[in-house]
Design a protein around this ligand. Structure first.
Ligand code: GLY
Ligand code: MN
Ligand code: MN
Length: 514
């Protein structure tokens, strides 16, 4: 891949000035640059399919999302870039994945559409209208068609026209080359905000337009821009029915990935990097059934489970170990699951493993029960789980203080063995709605449409001399994805993924045909 495959080196003449890096890279191409060659490359292709694509299911939800995003900013033009390719090295880039707020407002998913920009256009007589600016495919008679490694269809495959994307999304679509004029129209009377940190070029363009129109720009506009970004996070706190459908699908496919992990366990045990066998089994399903992973898979056997972000996954998997797997499939619409199961490699928990596991499971149940009580705030879910964790640690004689003291703000000794939060919102981002204000997130009442994780754990490191030896090297987390229904009841989207001791053991046995 990349633009260097048709290349050979060209050595500059000795007396010429040294070529720039861009010239040197371009100079490696031996492609002719004549009209005759262009004509030859652009001719003799069969007709394109002239039919327009069907309207996507997400299209019906986009106007309401645009209206919600723009509601606090009447009379302002609001700019949400999709982002651009990230360089891996030289002319090789990572697979494109749009900025999540762009995906939310455009409905565009996997690999669509790098370098595009969604503009929420203010209307005098109604809510904002979402307008999508992107680079449509070029004609087959253009040089771009065969020579542009970034956009040319020879290189990146079929690309859409403005009409096609408009038919699929219901959005007004415009050529990206008209963006600057569209941003500048009535600028001054119309204010401008942009999401920062997503696409430098778009940010620069917005700042130029603001400066020319006498609007605050650069650092003077930072507060206003960040307020808009905060809003884009907060409108995603409650999912619409399309989003809940996609999250349900993400969890279903994640279950299929876990099924394949169980089938791969015997091979993992025999492999020097058994954790990679587990990671690979899940990754194959994620890519076959979805866009890929929502985040790097954690496949942590034995003591590795006590490293919270263990993504090296290069360790062996031994019979008798527990293996903690935290993995989620991101479906094509870019919604992701986030599931953890802790599995006994042998198929059966030992007595002490079961003791720790049951404590974590009880914490899950307490969190779920609390989430089901009317008037529960997001942060209460964590507190309910921590009450169980602290009580068990006290019961086992591990806490240096009482559970009550540990739970007080100044104590918190239980955090040595459960250092992370129990819940986070889930959606297009695994840690969704991250820019939402505290009062909208941690301190907010649970409401229908909210989708979040419940994921307590207990982690006893192998070198932890404060716990009896039998606990050392055991790490357990159980993570479910839940949604609050219209009746206020919390539904576990991951209900079909076994998690009680008996169910996990039966699941492993049946997946392995025992
Ligand atoms: N997998 C990341 C998390 O559980 O938050
Ligand atoms: Mn997780
Ligand atoms: Mn999580």
């Amino acid at each position: 891949m990349g633009s260097m495959t048709d290349s050979t080196s060209q050595v500059p003449a000795e007396d010429s000035a040294p070529a720039s890096m861009a010239e040197r890279v371009e100079g490696r191409s031996r492609r002719p640059d004549s009209d005759a060659f262009r004509e030859f490359m652009g001719s003799g292709w069969g007709p394109r399919d002239a039919s327009l694509p069907e309207r996507e299911a997400v299209a019906g939800f986009l106007p309401a999302r645009a209206a919600a995003a723009g509601e606090p900013f009447p009379g302002e033009r609001l700019v949400v870039p999709a982002g651009t390719y990230k360089v891996r090295n030289n002319d090789c880039t990572y697979r494109f994945r749009a900025y999540s707020a762009f995906a939310h407002l455009s409905g565009l998913g996997a690999e669509k559409e790098p370098d595009s920009v969604l503009v929420l256009e203010p209307r005098a007589d109604g809510p904002h209208e979402a307008v999508l600016f992107f680079k449509p495919r070029a004609s087959r008679t253009s040089q771009e068609f065969y020579a542009d490694a970034r956009y040319g269809e020879f290189w990146v495959g079929a690309r859409p026209s403005l009409d096609e994307v408009s038919a699929a999304t219901g959005l007004r679509c415009e050529h990206i080359d008209t963006l600057r004029d569209a941003l500048a129209k009535d600028a001054g009377q119309v204010g401008l905000r942009v999401v920062r940190g997503v696409d430098e070029q778009v940010e620069r363009m917005v700042n130029e337009v603001r400066s020319e129109a006498g609007l605050a720009d650069g650092e003077d506009a930072r507060g206003a821009d960040e307020e808009f970004e905060e809003r884009l996070s907060e409108i995603r706190l409650r999912k619409d029915p399309f989003e809940i459908g996609e999250l349900t699908r993400a969890v279903e496919v994640t279950r299929a990935g876990f099924d394949d992990i169980l089938r791969a366990l015997p091979r993992a045990v025999g492999h020097r990097r058994g954790e990679r066998v587990i990671e690979g089994a899940f990754g194959a399903v994620a890519r076959e059934e979805g866009n890929g992973l929502g985040y790097d898979t954690i496949a942590a056997a034995g003591d590795h489970a006590n490293t919270l972000h263990w993504i090296d996954n290069d360790g062996p998997v031994h019979e008798g170990d527990l293996v903690l797997v935290d993995a989620g499939v991101e479906v094509d619409s870019l919604y992701t699951a986030d599931i953890t199961r802790t599995l006994p490699v042998s198929g059966r928990f030992t007595e002490v493993q079961a003791r720790v596991y049951q404590a974590v499971l009880d914490a899950c149940e307490a969190a779920l029960a609390r989430a089901n009580e009317p008037g529960t705030r997001f942060r209460d879910v964590h507190d309910a789980a921590m009450r169980v964790i602290a009580a068990r640690l006290e019961e086992w004689g591990l806490l240096p203080v009482s559970a009550e003291e540990a739970l007080s703000p100044a104590g918190q000794q239980h955090r040595r063995w459960m250092p992370h939060g129990t819940s986070h919102h889930l959606g297009l981002d695994v840690h969704d709605c991250a820019q939402a204000r505290r009062e909208m997130y941690q301190d907010a009442l649970l409401e229908p449409g909210m989708c979040f994780t419940i994921e307590p754990g207990l982690y006893f490191r192998a070198d932890d001399m404060m716990v009896p030896e039998e606990y050392r090297g055991i790490g357990v987390r159980i993570e479910d994805d839940v949604v609050v229904g219209d009746d206020g009841r919390v539904v576990r989207l991951s209900e079909s993924i076994p998690r009680t001791i008996a169910d996990v053991e039966a699941w492993i046995a049946s997946a392995q045909g025992r």
